[in-house]
Ligand binder design. Structure first.
Ligand code: ATP
Ligand code: MG
Length: 634
């Protein structure tokens, strides 16, 4: 007898449901999509215990008649397409006809629905895929769906549910994205009796962004509106000084559908090239509209993956939309027009040339204008002190350096040895120097003299026939890292006189609340500040006030970005982050005593010669190497 069984209807339904309904947030996503497709202008979502026990979505859309109310629960029952030809130009969010059926297969689902023209509504109950009730009922215009006890009959799926707070965060995320993609629809989310989102639905995207991400982010965005070759791009993008340490705030919609797509991410990243520091990501909410026949949305049951008929034209439209929007925020100048070249294939090719004078360039009017990123400046008093100290303390070089006159005519104090047929300066290959410095760190016992500071970034020292170049940031970063580790993974904190309010995404906020003990050890004392905000009351010692908010978000990125990773590795990465941000920066003028202190602390690090990121702290050149470079030794 053969071994193949044809599965019964209920088992098959459960398997199919698993593809659509992964967690409570998938239910809310499907129900919101249905409400929007039904023309609703107001939707209220209520959840209890992260949606695991109770979810209710109420809309004021078209509603259904009694027949449709029952048919809606059948697999492949949809009013949105009729034939396979319709699959080629989908303009609704739903079209597969499987969401309600899947939800009802793994929960107890109740539907109340009424059309405006009908005197009476309908009440349907389906449990585990079986219709329990269908009767006439008095209810308001529109549709209400209540989903209780999700996964009650699929214990395997139930096991994969995360904490209620995490599931609730995912639901908030879904609601936020629907609100952002439909600013004409007011969406309210009530979580365990508390309102956590209310978007006004006034069709002004900036107001929706304000209601979700707060006024600061909304104020630092600029409008994007651009069309190229039939692809329109509209929405908001962050000014050059608005960035995040992760991509969570890069949100894209294609014909109103939230999507995750690499072409769109790359286009925005390229448009911001040279605008943001490495490791920082832009913030944007962009809706891309194009002929539905040029997008395939039928890639995955989740419908967030899509395929474009031409990645190239979408890439170019998004790239130029963002680039032009950014250009318009700077001083008046010619706006770069789409070049005829293919931006996708040559994203980093030079821009169309624009004549600029040096002074114009300084005013950020060049095409590659850089946003103003405030750098911590040493106070004037500190600079003055440092210069004086340096003047007093650094002894002038008294050796007999042959002064080489450039013209080679006057002031010839000493004959310059004939240069052989070799480059005048041939440094040893960088790798050799680094490797040597790493493998053979300078020993603490040696007596070093600080010569000074180079480029306000490197400490110069000599001693024992060696010349040392130490990276002040890398050195201090490592010192801070080791200090925090030694202190039992706790850092000193500074209490803030002026608390800092930080707007987070829902999942970031959940994570912050979940990891509040660890964050406190890292110097962040904070309180819940309603909706998506928290307020910081303290920062790690030495962290600059203006960097506090960014560092906190970066920490959450580290803590949240390593699901399943080793706890100790995540903890170390979080400590690196704090150490890095609270360490002395490059381009900061230090006094000789500061240089000395830093240098000796770094030299005392036993067996450690790199910063926590693996960059060398100190590079050594021996007298022999230097003399060889200058041709004194052949
Ligand atoms: N809130 C609602 N208001 C009015 N009609 C609705 C609502 N929700 C569902 N329907 C009707 O029920 C049908 C089935 O809904 P369901 O979500 O299962 O499928 P779909 O939206 O057509 O496709 P998909 O599975 O891709 O979501 C819809 O096509 C629509 O006609
Ligand atoms: Mg649907």
């Amino acid at each position: 007898m053969g071994k193949i069984n044809v599965l019964d209807k209920f088992t098959a339904e459960k398997i199919a449901a698993g593809e659509v309904v992964e967690r409570p947030a998938s239910v809310i996503k499907e129900l919101l999509e249905n409400a929007i497709d039904a023309g609703a202008t107001t939707v209220v979502v209520e959840i209890k215990r992260g949606g695991t026990t109770y979810m209710r979505v109420t809309d004021n859309g078209s509603g259904m008649d009694k027949d449709d109310a029952r048919t809606a629960f059948l697999r492949h029952a949809t009013s949105k397409i009729k034939t396979d030809k319709d699959l080629e130009h989908i303009s609704t969010l739903g079209f597969r006809g499987e969401a309600l059926c899947s939800i009802a297969a793994v929960s107890r689902t109740e539907l109340f629905t009424k059309q405006r023209t009908s005197p009476e509504g309908t009440h349907v109950i389906v449990e585990g895929g079986e219709e329990i009730l269908c009767e006439g009922a008095g209810c308001p215009d529109g549709t209400t769906i209540v989903v209780k006890n999700l996964f009650f009959n699929t214990p395997a799926r139930m096991k994969f549910m995360k904490k209620d707070s995490v599931e609730a965060g995912a639901i908030t995320d879904v609601c936020n994205k629907q609100a952002l993609s439909h600013p004409n629809v007011s969406i309210r989310l009530i979580r365990d009796g508390k309102e956590v989102l209310f978007s006004p639905g006034d069709n002004v995207l900036k107001n929706t962004v304000h209601s979700i991400f707060g006024k600061d982010i909304a104020a630092h965005t600029i409008n994007v509106s651009y069309t190229k070759d039939g692809v329109s791009v509209a929405g908001l993008t962050g000014k050059g000084n608005l960035s995040r340490p992760n991509r969570l705030m890069q949100i894209f919609f294609v014909n109103g559908r939230y999507v995750v797509n690499k072409t769109l991410l790359t286009a925005v990243s390229e448009a911001y090239k040279n605008e943001l520091m490495i490791g920082r990501f832009p913030v944007c909410v962009l809706d891309i509209s194009l002929d539905p026949s040029l997008v395939d949305v039928n890639v995955h049951p989740g419908k967030t993956e899509i395929k474009f008929a031409s990645d190239q034209s979408v890439y170019e439209a998004v790239y130029w939309a963002v680039k032009n929007a950014l250009a318009e925020t700077s001083a008046p100048r010619s706006v770069p027009l789409p070049a005829s070249r293919e931006a996708y294939k040559m994203p980093s090719a030079p821009e169309p040339p624009v004549q600029i004078s040096f002074t114009q360039k300084n005013k950020n009017t060049s095409l590659n204008f850089k946003p103003f990123t405030p750098r911590p400046e040493p106070s004037p008093a500190r600079i003055a002190k440092s210069i004086n100290e340096i003047r007093e303390e650094v002894k002038p070089y008294e050796g007999k350096l042959p002064v080489r006159n450039i013209e080679g005519i006057e002031n010839k104090k000493e004959e310059i040895p004939k240069v052989k047929n070799e480059p005048l300066f041939s440094a040893p290959p960088e790798k050799t120097v680094k490797k040597e410095a790493i493998e053979n760190p300078p020993s603490i016992g040696s007596d070093f003299r600080i010569i000074g500071q180079l480029f306000s970034t490197y400490i110069l020292a000599e001693g024992d026939g060696e010349f040392l170049l130490m990276d002040q940031h890398a050195a201090h970063e490592r010192i801070r890292f080791e200090e925090i580790k030694k202190g039992g993974y706790k850092t000193d904190t500074q209490l803030l006189l002026m608390p800092i309010s930080v707007n987070l995404t829902p999942s970031e906020k959940e994570l912050a609340l979940e990891k509040s003990d660890f964050l406190l050890d890292m110097g962040f004392e904070f309180e819940d500040f309603g909706k998506n905000a928290i307020v910081l009351r303290s920062l790690p010692a030495d962290c600059l006030y203006e960097e506090g908010s960014d560092l906190f978000i970066e920490m959450l990125g580290v803590l949240g970005g390593n699901e399943g990773g080793e706890i100790s590795a995540i903890r170390d990465k979080a400590v690196y982050t704090v150490a890095c941000r609270s360490a002395i920066k490059a381009n900061l003028l230090l006094s000789i005593s500061e240089l000395q202190k830093l240098f000796s602390q770094a030299m005392a690090l036993e067996g450690i010669s790199t910063c926590p990121h693996g960059r060398p702290i100190c590079i050594k050149l021996t007298k022999y190497q230097i003399e060889k470079m200058f041709g004194r030794i052949v």
